[in-house]
Ligand binder design. Sequence first.
Ligand SMILES: *[C@@H]1O[C@H](CO)[C@@H](O)[C@H](O)[C@H]1NC(C)=O
Ligand SMILES: *[C@@H]1O[C@H](CO)[C@@H](O)[C@H](O)[C@H]1NC(C)=O
Ligand SMILES: *[C@@H]1O[C@H](CO)[C@@H](O)[C@H](O)[C@H]1NC(C)=O
Length: 186
Amino acid sequence: MDGARFYSILLLTALLLQFFAHPVMSDDEDHLLQGINAYRQSLKLPPLSKHDAAGCIADEIADEFEHTKCNASLSPARPEPLANHADALNKCKVNADTTGDAVVLPVCVPHRVATLVLTNYTTSFNTRYLNDSRFTGAGIGTDDDWTVLVLTTSTVAGSITSSAAPVLGGLQVAAATLLLPLMTWM
Ligand SMILES: *[C@@H]1O[C@H](CO)[C@@H](O)[C@H](O)[C@H]1NC(C)=O
Ligand SMILES: *[C@@H]1O[C@H](CO)[C@@H](O)[C@H](O)[C@H]1NC(C)=O
Ligand SMILES: *[C@@H]1O[C@H](CO)[C@@H](O)[C@H](O)[C@H]1NC(C)=O
């Protein structure tokens, strides 16, 4: 096989990996963000933009909640500081110094009925976070009955800055290493 072909396959693999390594929001999560932003619009607040590192953390926290039963007397659960979730911060390679002003809003609704999930955010004590112009970004994670919304600020202290790039680079190098013997064989 010639060099050009080898490198184009390598490049394609790297691009595919980048695509799959990128957290992709499910339809449910996209719709929830749209609902929240419609609510923000009704309050004349700018929309929250999708925040990848916050989404990674929200996914990890939702996983942690997976085996916790929904408890109507606890729904929605109380907002929590991100500092309570050191594992999630580690897994998402987030710098803890950038999480102090961010907030985690977990909500448990059996079968995650979309309208109830949205109203649990827009008509409960969670509302005061959604009705706050300090927050500019959002990440959403879901697992079982749980939805986790992580809100970020535009200030450094709540920006949830991730150093995920080296991990991606590492993945690509790993893929290239795996592919090399295959290429030689072809
Ligand atoms: C739900 O939470 C409340 C308050 O913590 C507790 O008293 C109750 O026993 C819980 N119910 C269930 C079914 O876990
Ligand atoms: C929040 O979700 C619970 C189900 O866990 C539901 O019973 C309750 O009505 C919801 N609250 C609001 C304000 O939507
Ligand atoms: C949103 O916040 C503003 C200013 O803090 C307040 O005037 C308004 O009543 C709040 N609206 C809701 C729905 O909480």
